[in-house]
Each structure stands twice: as C-alpha cells, then as structure tokens.
Design a protein around this ligand. Structure first.
Ligand code: CUA
Length: 330
C-alpha cells in the first residue's frame, strides 16, 4: 500500500519536475480541437470501463458471499463448462469492443485529415536533442520555441534528420512519431492563448529527456508582432562586452554550426539570430540567463550529456562576452 501511495505521489508530481511553468504537462486539460477530441474519447472509454468494472466486481462479491463456506452447508452444484454462458460472454465482449472501436476509429480518421489550404505550415525538425521550427511562408527559423496564433489551424510537417523522435505537446494534443526519411503530418487548432510544455516522447539517445520545447499560443495580433520581430535583422550590440562577444563569435568555430543573419550560416546547431527572444535554450533545458549561458559555453557536455555542441575552451572573460552578445540578440 505504501509503495502504491508513493508511486501515485511521484507520478502526480512528475508533470512539474524541472518545468516550473504555469501550465502542467498534462493531457487532461486540452487546449486545442485535437486535444479535446482525444480527451473526450479517453473520458468516454474511462466511464464505460468503470461501469464494466463495477458490474464485474459486484458479480464477484455476490458469488463470494453467496457460496461462502458455512458450517453444515452442502457443497454447491459442481458445473464444468456452460456453452450458452461462454458463447454469451464472448459475444458480449465482442460487442463492447465494437462499441469502443466505432468512436475511436472515427477520431483516428478525423485527426489524419489533410489540412486546409489556409493552415499555417510549420516545418518541425527533431534533432538530437533539440527542436527546430521553420515557418516557410514567413522565412523564420527558431529553436525550442514554437509560436502559434490562437484560432488558426496549424499543420506540422515532422522531419527527423537523425533518429526517430516523437513530437508531443500534451495540452494541445498529438504525439506523433518523427521518423527519418519520411514526413509525418499533424494538424490542430490551438484554442486558448498561453504557454505550454512540449517534449520528445520517443527514446532517442542520451539526452532524450532533455529534448523539450515551449509552445506559445498568441492572440492573432501578438503573433503578427512576433513574426515581424523574428523577421527583423539582428540587433547591433551597443554594450562593449556584447560587442566583444560579437567579435569572438564571428572569429571562432561558432560560425560553423550556428546562423546569425548577416554574420554566419551554420546549420548544425540552432539559429541564434533572435536568441534572446527565447526564454530557454539547449532543448529548453535552461533559462536564458548570463550564468546559464556561461556554464553552457564552458561545459556543454556537463549540462546536456551527449550534446553535439563542443567545448571550445573559452575562458571566463570570453564566455561572459559571448553570453552578453547572445542575450543582446532580442
Ligand atoms: Cu528525441 Cu527523444
């Protein structure tokens, strides 16, 4: 019993471990049409199975009570096989499964429908161990932060350049495999503005658990402002430390892996053009603060085991300058 209670307590607290956001990592508070549809079917099946459970347990308790051992009671009639009963319950269970299957199959097909032509297209790239989001119609690329307008259908084209991942935004619905050499689709309409956690849901290597992302659902006008800000060229740093960081960035190996518009065009790591507009970095693992950035630059392997980002041997002053530069890129 103690074990059961501790498992339940641990399981219920898992949602919040390491996230510290207003919205929990849960599927039972759906915030999109997709999430609501799957949640409804989950609830429907839960209530039905609860009814079956109560009926079966009632029969069991009745039989236990009816045929309990009593002093002097005769041995009940011994039955071996009962064709009518066995055929009856086989048919009954087949009917119950059919009742479950009809709405389930309907939802499976509904959630696979082709998106409308007006849907916002977002190309999702699941990489070991971070997420890239590209908006081809706006020519925007971002990392670990997915921005969507409320009330507009969005369709995600899921790409995996390396291994199999799974794209999952618990409150918005979905969870769909991201498979190399094919493009999977996921279409949904966010209905409530807010911030939601996302997570890779398929074991994909050492830092699978660190492959998270944030979803920000905006009011339509706010989404437009976000798009404009992302389309703008990077801000020129004014602070001397940040200017020094810019020089270090453009003269070091950083440029081989990262893009900052007008400065570099690397594609192995995240696009950093508007790095400071994102609340978190490194697979949404850490908050974008100078301290965390310095730690990350000086020892990425320690922060995110298996990360491709190498330790470039930056000294304290250099990493501080780089952090200042990155945090100036609003
Ligand atoms: Cu990507 Cu797990």
């Amino acid at each position: 019993m103690c074990l059961l209670v501790s498992v339940l307590v641990l399981a219920s607290s898992c949602s919040w471990v390491g996230w510290n956001w207003d919205t929990p990592m849960t599927t039972v508070l759906p915030k999109s049409d997709f999430g609501k549809t799957t949640h409804e079917i989950f609830m429907l099946i839960s209530w039905w199975t609860l009814g079956i459970f109560i009926a079966v347990e009632a029969c069991l308790l009745y039989v236990c009570w009816r045929y309990r051992d009593q002093p002097g009671a005769p041995i009940p009639k011994q039955v071996h096989g009962h064709t009518a009963l066995e055929v009856g319950w086989t048919i009954a269970f087949a009917v119950i499964l059919l009742i479950f299957a009809i709405p389930t199959i309907r939802v499976v097909f509904k959630t696979q429908e082709a998106p409308a032509a007006t849907a916002l297209r977002v190309e999702v790239f699941g990489k070991q161990w971070w997420w890239e989001f590209r908006y081809p119609q706006f020519k925007i690329t971002t990392a670990n932060e997915l921005h969507l307008p409320k009330g507009q259908t969005a369709t995600f084209l899921l790409n995996a350049p390396d291994v199999i991942h799974s794209f999952w935004m618990p409150q918005l619905g979905g969870k769909r495999d991201v498979v190399p050499h094919r493009i999977n689709h996921l279409t949904l309409t966010p209905e409530v503005a807010g911030e939601y956690p996302g997570q890779c849901a398929e074991y994909c290597g050492m830092s699978h658990a660190n492959m998270r992302f944030r979803v920000v659902v905006h009011e339509p006008a706010d989404f437009e402002s976000w798009v404009k800000a992302q389309q703008a060229p990077p801000v020129e740093p004014t602070d001397p430390l940040a200017q020094q960081g810019k020089t270090i960035f453009s003269q070091s190996a950083c440029v081989g892996c990262h893009t900052i518009t007008g400065i570099s065009a690397g594609h192995i790591g995240p696009d950093l053009t508007h790095f400071a507009s994102r609340k978190r970095f490194a697979g949404s693992l850490m908050e974008s603060t100078p301290e965390n950035l310095v730690k990350w630059i000086e020892n990425p392997e320690h922060m995110k085991p298996g990360a491709l980002m190498p330790n470039l041997g930056m000294t304290g002053e250099q990493s501080k300058a780089l952090a200042a530069y990155l945090l100036s890129l609003k």
